[in-house]
Design a protein around this ligand. Structure first.
Ligand SMILES: NC(=O)c1ccc[n+]([C@@H]2O[C@H](COP(=O)([O-])OP(=O)(O)OC[C@H]3O[C@@H](n4cnc5c(N)ncnc54)[C@H](OP(=O)(O)O)[C@@H]3O)[C@@H](O)[C@H]2O)c1
Length: 327
């Protein structure tokens, strides 16, 4: 079965590619000519590279030729301007659907990598559920929601929507910032660190994606992908520090500090053109009471339960950062 993966050179896409190659699948990937391929260099001789962009339906149609399964992982998680989220996550998904529809004789399944940001916040007592109306609180979440809507309303190809929770692991640059703070013996706690989080190790996301391929029970459905055990932000950061053998100074970041800090960072992003996760746009996500989601549906339909514990995931991630001299 020929699988085409978009976003293959990014953080999550590179883990999906690792797993596809390991499973012996016949793989093609969509890359932009400007894409940084350092994480997937070893696979390039073995996969069929097709150049194109989410900005052009024509290039997608050309790239998707002869593929039976399209895994659409490309997306924008950080942006300098709001319209960039919509251009990539919403309009990009719309073009992917158009290309799949044009090739509906050969494409048997479209798998969309969406996000828990679409479901919206959830707590340990009341976790977010896939069937509840979406309640995104950020522009990122709203743009991913629109991408899902295009798939649900317009796809003539059977589809599966996967919503990973916050993803960490080797090659990630977002949780990396927390590791770096812990190395510097500083642990900032937003809202006292009480926010409860569903998390998932990147290789487990890839496993969830593999379980969806060719699984007709998943057609037309949406699944959270997350480890079943949530952690508070405080416990997560403490585990990172423990794994690094540091005893950092914990300090609370009140909203009165968070807003101006994000505003300043946004101004700097506009000057440099480099987006950051520290942005006003994401403050509602940081201030939500929790990001906990139910995971039972993926267990029932896909037979998928994320298997990497937080301790193990942190250990493996730290090992990678150390080997790559990121830390
Ligand atoms: N990271 C998380 O915690 C998380 C959680 C839930 C869901 N997700 C979703 O997972 C997906 C991957 O996220 P990530 O964290 O791996 O992001 P990432 O590392 O920034 O990778 C993004 C990928 O999308 C590609 N891309 C962006 N714009 C494109 C365009 N116009 N045309 C073609 N390709 C384009 C990038 O290619 P270039 O290298 O050429 O820019 C890159 O391969 C996204 O859909 C995101 O919404 C992420």
């Amino acid at each position: 079965m020929r699988v085409l993966l978009t976003g293959a050179n990014g953080f999550i896409g590179s883990h999906i590619l690792d797993r596809l190659v390991e499973s012996g699948s016949d793989v093609a990937i969509l890359l932009r000519r400007t894409g940084d391929t350092r994480f997937i260099e070893a696979h390039l001789p073995r996969v069929d590279v097709r150049y194109g962009s989410l900005d052009s339906t024509e290039s997608l149609r050309e790239a998707f030729r002869d593929a039976e399964v399209i895994i659409h992982c490309a997306g924008k998680t950080k942006a300098v301007r709001k319209k960039e989220y919509y251009a990539v996550n919403a309009e990009g998904a719309r073009r992917v659907v158009e290309a799949c529809n044009a090739l509906s004789d050969s494409v048997a399944q479209l798998i969309l990598i969406s996000s828990l940001a679409v479901s919206g916040p959830g707590s340990v007592e009341s976790p977010a559920r896939e069937d509840a109306p979406p309640r995104p609180v950020s522009t990122y979440g709203k743009s991913k929601m629109l991408g899902e809507q295009y798939v649900r309303r317009q796809s003539r190809v059977p589809y599966t929507i996967l919503r990973p929770s916050a993803v960490y692991g080797p090659r990630d640059r977002d949780f990396y910032l927390a590791f770096r703070m812990a190395r510097r013996k500083l642990l900032p706690l937003i809202g006292g660190g009480r926010q409860a989080l569903s998390l998932i190790y990147a290789a487990d996301v890839a496993e969830g994606v593999l379980r969806s391929i060719g699984n007709s029970a998943s057609h037309g459905k949406t699944y959270h992908l997350a480890h079943p055990v949530p952690w508070t932000q405080r416990a997560l950061l403490a585990k990172m520090a423990e794994a690094m053998g540091t005893r950092p100074l914990r300090f609370a970041v009140p909203a009165a500090v968070l807003y101006p800090a994000c505003l300043l960072r946004d101004l700097w992003s506009r000057v440099t053109g480099r987006p950051s996760i520290l942005t006003l746009e994401k403050v509602p996500e940081y201030r939500a009471p929790g990001w906990v989601c139910a995971t039972d549906r993926a267990a029932e339909d896909l037979g998928f339960v994320a298997g990497t514990s937080l301790d193990e995931g942190i250990k493996l991630t730290l090992k990678w950062y150390t080997e790559q001299r990121w830390l």
